[in-house]
Design a binder for this molecule. Structure first.
Ligand code: FAD
Length: 300
């Protein structure tokens, strides 16, 4: 099923993100994770593609998405990045997705190389995610998601310009959006208002990352530059070397964020599970009655 159709029938929708295991870990570890996520009845599960320089992920994304869809009968969303890929390589992945009955793709540019002297080559088939969206549209009956940034994308010179670029992705065929993580919901409400004013009407799902260890905090700060509110900083400072306490506090913080977002009418929540089913289970349990109440109030 196309994810856009799930959005049409349900609000909010709840989904999870997983990533292919690092090459030092067995592929079986991800199947164990999915085994534990499946009974939580997510509306879909997404699988990242080579995120964080994980080149193993590129080979395994289709395989894992296929297991989610064809063994567990859960809708799968395959991430696909385009920077540094040829048209042939992208089309090979799309062909494999088609063959495995996966018809939802999150179209992404991917992160640029860390080298500060990096310059885009003059001839490049895919420079931005919008170029990939155009290609996916040509290659089959895919439902296409794209990324959005409530605090603005880290490279963009202005927030307003970033929103205008987002509009181009929607105009090119993005059916829904998933947000970058954030820790202060006010950024999201401001972004949603600006996006709506720019004429962006597709569903916007909120990406939430429960922070449960100190390694994650360092990565977040360096990768996406999310603003860390004082309230959150206090938690991190207090429990940084007390892993169980940090986990409890991180889950509580994410739960509070989600309840506020759900009460403000968001289209859906996408939980960055970090392949940790316990965290997903605890959050789903915390919001269970709220999601049920919201879904039962939709007139069918
Ligand atoms: P784009 O939409 O192309 O935007 C990139 C920058 O270019 C922005 O600053 C934008 O304002 C600007 N821009 C866009 N279009 C134009 C234009 N036409 N003209 C001028 N400027 C333009 N990375 C991975 O490697 N693998 C993953 O699986 C992955 N999953 C992700 C999932 C989510 C939900 C999110 C939010 C991010 C994910 N990322 C992933 C990270 C993503 O690849 C990076 O954030 C990347 O830097 C930007 O990707 P994008 O698709 O948003 O790029």
């Amino acid at each position: 099923m196309h994810i856009k159709n799930i959005f049409s029938n349900k609000k909010p929708i709840i989904s999870f993100e997983v990533f292919p295991p690092h090459k030092d870990y067995s592929i079986d570890s991800i199947y164990k994770t999915i085994d534990e996520l499946a009974p939580l009845n997510p509306d879909y599960i997404s699988v990242t593609y080579g995120a964080g320089g994980n080149s193993v992920g590129k080979n395994k994304t289709v395989e894992i998405a296929s297991i989610i869809k064809n063994k567990y009968d859960i809708e799968a969303l395959a991430h696909l990045t385009c920077i540094g890929s040829t048209k042939y390589e992208v089309n090979e992945v799309l062909k494999a997705l088609n063959e495995n009955n996966i018809n939802n793709v999150l179209a992404l540019r991917g992160d640029l190389p860390q080298d500060p002297s990096f310059k885009f080559p003059s001839r490049l088939h895919f420079r931005y995610a919008v170029d990939l969206i155009g290609e996916i549209k040509k290659q089959g009956d895919f439902c296409i998601g794209a990324a959005c940034y409530p605090e603005g994308h880290i490279e963009c010179e202005s927030f307003n310009k970033d929103i205008k670029n987002l509009r181009k992705k929607v105009d090119s065929g993005a059916d829904f959006l998933i947000s970058q993580l954030f820790f202060d919901n006010n950024f999201f409400y401001n972004f949603r208002g600006k996006a709506n004013a720019e004429g962006i009407k597709v569903p916007i799902q909120v990406g939430i990352m429960p922070v449960i260890n100190s390694r994650q905090i360092r990565r977040i700060a360096s990768l996406c530059g999310a603003h860390i509110p004082e309230k959150f900083e206090k938690i991190v400072d207090k429990y940084i070397d007390k892993s169980e306490a940090l986990k409890d506090a991180g889950i509580a913080y994410a739960t509070e964020q989600i309840i506020d977002l759900l009460s403000s009418g968001v289209d859906g929540i996408h939980i960055y599970t970090m392949n940790n089913p316990e965290v997903a289970k605890r959050i789903v349990s915390n919001i269970f009655s709220i999601v049920k109440a919201l879904n039962s109030s939709i007139a069918v």
